[in-house]
Design a protein. Structure first.
Length: 439
């Protein structure tokens, strides 16, 4: 008897999703029940793509679904589970511990031995499990007792143990596009039972405003729509009994201040500071202003931003305009004097100044070359003519002999050697500056 991953007596689409309570949140009621209802991730679910093949009956290996919140990770796991016909066990890394993991694994092993039926284990927020907890999955994935689908908002390179990564395929999910969110919101407004059944009216401009406030997160978009609809429905009825409209005042109350997705210790923190630094380096003042503003509005530590801008002044502007270092330090002092929000303007000014300044990394590269020589060459004694001679004995030994004072003898610049003999002729800064001139 075949034990194919997709052995089943009815096609995947014939399996109905479990009913959703009518009082469930709109985002839960609108969760796609079939691939046809799924919005976004065309690179994974489009014709011939990996998840489309899985849902059409091809066996997957274990998967790690990596992407920001509200892009379909949990929904895809449920769709795969219904298509597979396997024993489906959802698992939350927030609520479970090592004991629960071992219990589920033992049950999966017994099920496989007794009936040949495997378990599809969905682990939400798998990055919250520590190393030993993640290691507990390994032997069961290796033996084929379970097919693991893990969902994570964090970079699995850092948060998922490498043995588990080597046994699973990582699929990257992207934030939904603006038009995809608008289409989803439009369906939610009109759809009977699961949606709002036309209880409110919403122009494309209104739906676009909600989509803009959602940053590619379908769950957030539907939650905001539901909030806006509740506000509109609470207002006095429109003349003639028309459905209330999601107008500007309703949207202003529902959306309020946009909350930016940001993790000051996670990947977004490093991605955005990298974008700021590279925008400054590329002399793109507008991009530098945008990325700095993103980080400021998300609550990034101002002292951290100042430290990074000090580094930009030293590393990227360098001797092309040494005054930028002083300007960044002054911006830090101005911010500390003024505080937020007025003090942020000092940081903005510093970032724009750095981006517009001429660039030179000659000292940065020269320092790196000098460090390499210090590490890899012999530590030769200081040449005698460069040594100080405060005593008669030292003078007798030749300390300071042959030293030439540049201010009285400008030829000393070319004729008096100051490097150790083994490095004579070495040029750290000239090479970097010549390279800059040639670019």
């Amino acid at each position: 008897m075949s034990t194919s991953f997709f052995d089943q007596t009815e096609p995947p689409e014939a399996r109905e999703a479990p009913p959703v309570r009518p009082d469930a949140p709109l985002a839960e009621r609108m969760r796609p029940r079939t691939l046809a209802e799924f919005v976004g991730q065309a690179h994974l679910v489009g014709p011939g793509k990996i998840l489309a093949r899985v849902l059409a009956g091809q066996a997957p290996q274990s998967l790690i679904l990596w992407g920001p919140p509200g892009v379909g990770k949990t929904t895809l796991a449920h769709l795969v589970a219904r298509a597979s016909g396997l024993r489906f066990v959802p698992f939350s890394a927030v609520l479970a511990g090592i004991k629960e993991i071992k219990d589920v694994m033992a049950q999966a092993e017994r099920e496989r031995r007794a009936s040949g039926r495997r378990t599809l284990l969905f682990v939400d927020e798998i990055h919250r499990f520590n190393k030993s907890q993640q290691d507990a999955f390994l032997p069961y994935v290796e033996k084929g007792d379970i097919v693991l689908i893990g969902a994570t908002t964090e970079n699995p390179s850092f948060e998922v143990v490498s043995p588990l990564l080597s046994r699973a395929r990582v699929l990257v999910l992207q934030p939904l596009a603006h038009d995809e969110l608008v289409a989803l919101l439009g369906s939610a407004v009109a759809l009977p039972e699961r949606g709002l059944s036309g209880a409110v009216r919403a122009s494309r401009e209104a739906l676009s405003a909600i989509a803009n406030a959602s940053d590619g997160d379908a769950r957030r978009a539907l939650t905001l729509l539901e909030s806006a609809a509740a506000i509109a429905l609470a207002e006095p009825p429109a003349p003639g009994g028309a459905a209330p409209e999601l107008g500007p005042s309703v949207l202003a109350e529902a959306l309020q201040r946009k909350t930016l997705a940001y993790d000051k210790r996670g990947e977004q923190h490093y991605d955005q500071i990298s974008a700021l630094h590279k925008s400054v380096r590329n002399c793109d003042a507008d991009a530098a202003l945008y990325w700095l503003t993103r980080m400021l509005e998300a609550g990034e530590d101002r002292d951290y931003l100042l430290r990074r801008m000090v580094r930009m002044a030293l590393e990227d502007v360098g001797i092309a305009d040494p005054s930028t270092l002083r300007a960044v330090l002054d911006a830090g002092e101005a911010w500390r004097q003024l505080g937020s929000p007025e003090g942020e303007l000092a940081l903005v000014q510093a970032a724009v100044l750095l981006a517009r300044a001429p660039k030179s990394n000659a000292t940065y590269k020269g320092y790196a070359a000098a460090r390499e020589d210090v590490e890899k060459t012999a530590a030769e004694p200081v040449p005698l003519h460069l040594r100080n001679a405060p005593t008669g004995l030292m003078k007798e030994l030749g300390y300071g002999k042959g030293y030439r004072y540049y201010h009285d003898d400008p030829n000393a610049k070319n004729e008096m050697k100051c490097l150790p003999p083994g490095l004579e002729g070495r040029r750290y800064l000239d090479a970097a500056e010549e390279e800059e001139k040639g670019q």
